[in-house]
Design a protein around this ligand. Sequence first.
Ligand code: TMP
Length: 264
Amino acid sequence: MDFLKPRYTPMNRRRRIYEGKAKVLYEGPEPGTLIQHFKDDATAFNAKKHEVIDGKGVLTNRISEYLFQHLNDIGVPTHFIRRLNMREQLIREVEMIPLEIMVRNVAAGSLAKRLGLEEGTQLPRSIIEFYYKNDALDDPMVSEEHVTAFGWATPQEIDDIMALAIRVNDFLSGLFLGVGIRLVDFKMEAGRLWEGDMMRIVVADELSPDSCRLWDIKSQDKLDKDRFRRDLGGLIEAYSEVARRLGILGENERVQTSGPRLVQ
Ligand code: TMP
């Protein structure tokens, strides 16, 4: 994972708090805030597959901004404050819960494989799964028992996370349906936001075609990171199509790839 090593960043002398596979977190302008920078790196299979795709970070930043802003607007608490520039957004610093929360409406990916279901089969109801975020272990699936026994979250926090996940799923499913896209599944992360002595669980990280499965309702075309995972090509075109349908990108507009980015 060479690309995770610290790099020389001449335009950026801010303190780097954390670097992940697709994003970097920097110290924010005020206490309790961070800057979330979206990289062009695409990874799959715990970074065994890695490519830099010009413009991806610009698209995931814009799409995630759009989705988080709408969640804030309907009263679903998130870490998002505002977008700063093409690749960066201002967020609230939260204590991350070390779980990947998957919400599935349609069988696909690892669920289809694990249970021998045909991809595309509608599930009897939405299913929420937890995976322990740990690269060394390849993010294993865990149950609520593991989550509470190992203290990753309390039973009350699990209830809050599940309630949030259902609200996010309902909102995103409706939003995407309105623009001819089926929300097959998505990954969400959650964090603890402290306000004095009060703590709330909020939606954190990102929501974008990097972390969702989005299928065109008519053609069934994949408009998400499976284009990269499965070597289908056309990732930027697919993410741009999602951005266009949401009204983020104009009809014939292409994503600008210049502007602040990390340099090796
Ligand atoms: P899965 O079918 O591979 O378990 O993926 C379920 C959903 O979660 C899918 O929308 C892709 C997304 N996802 C991530 O965002 N990050 C990951 O590391 C994995 C494995 C999946």
